[in-house]
Ligand binder design. Structure first.
Ligand SMILES: [Zn+2]
Length: 277
């Protein structure tokens, strides 16, 4: 694991070692983490290294959304406030039931180092918010807001003083995102990216990939808007789902890691925009 200093008071693991990115905001009297990734061991040492380096204690973990690659390190923050949107918590409770012994064993088997899941526990957020949350520490403010997009519960965490935003999976850097969640909503997603772009931000921390600038966010927004317009237009003209998805695949954007995931994502967008499910 190697974590990077993004800017003054902002640190992150973006090398894929935790699958989903994990970031940390240093405030005047405490450390606040955003997402816990999928490797409890690495996240534990990220936390303890940073506590040693800054001489500050971690008080809070904010979860951007419910997916396993962003919450399976939660056990490293058991002693902290763990906060998410209400829907994220609700879906994590439901999902926990589905993580049978068998499925967990499969996860361990597929891990590069299965010992990272020794004593593994799924930890549900303790506190929730509805639309937004502000955390204050002396003159410093951290803003958390729910937008939806990648999932209904998807929320961003903004550190105005550092000009940094943690987007969760509403933004994947340099790759086609996973957008096939059963609650993914491309229109809410577009509104969310517009909201990020309107903020005073220099450092964009994606859910996956490297820290970048608003230029990459704008690229994602342009693509997503084109995709939604295309679906709407072709649907009005009476084209079939198959034809529409074929045309969507011709729009230029970064390729996915997994073609099937892209297919499922485009199908989800089609369903939402046309109201057919
Ligand atoms: Zn996700």
């Amino acid at each position: 694991m190697s974590y990077i200093k993004v800017t003054e008071n902002v640190y992150a693991i973006t090398d894929g070692s935790t699958v989903g990115n994990v970031c940390a905001f240093e405030l005047p009297t405490q450390l606040l983490f955003v997402d816990s990734g999928m490797n409890p061991k690495i996240v534990e040492s990220f936390r303890s290294d940073l506590e040693k380096q800054t001489g500050k204690k971690t008080t809070t973990l904010i979860i951007t959304h419910k997916h396993a690659d962003h919450v399976f390190g939660n056990q490293a923050f058991k002693d902290c406030r763990i906060i998410s949107h209400r829907d994220t918590k609700q879906r994590m409770i439901e999902e926990k039931e589905r993580w049978t012994e068998e499925r967990l064993n499969e996860l361990k088997k597929n891990a590069v180092d299965s010992s990272v899941y020794d004593g593994f526990e799924i930890i549900i957020p303790k506190e929730t918010f509805e639309t937004k949350l502000t955390i204050e520490d002396f003159d410093i403010k951290i803003l958390v807001r729910n937008t939806g997009g990648h999932t209904t519960g998807s929320s961003f965490v903004y550190y105005p003083k550092a000009k940094a935003i943690a987007c969760g999976d509403n933004f994947f850097e340099g790759v086609f995102p996973w957008a096939g969640d059963e609650t993914a909503d491309p229109e809410a997603w577009i509104a969310a990216i517009k909201e990020y772009l309107a903020l005073d931000v220099e450092f964009v921390i994606p859910g996956h990939g490297k820290v970048c600038s608003k230029v990459e966010l704008q690229k994602w927004l342009d693509y997503l808007e084109k995709a939604v317009i295309l679906i709407r237009k072709m649907n009005t003209q009476g084209f079939s789902e198959k034809d529409i998805i074929k045309k969507l695949n011709e729009l230029e954007y970064y390729p996915p890691k997994n073609e099937q995931h892209k297919e499922l994502s485009l199908k989800r967008w089609y369903q939402v925009i046309t109201g057919r499910s």
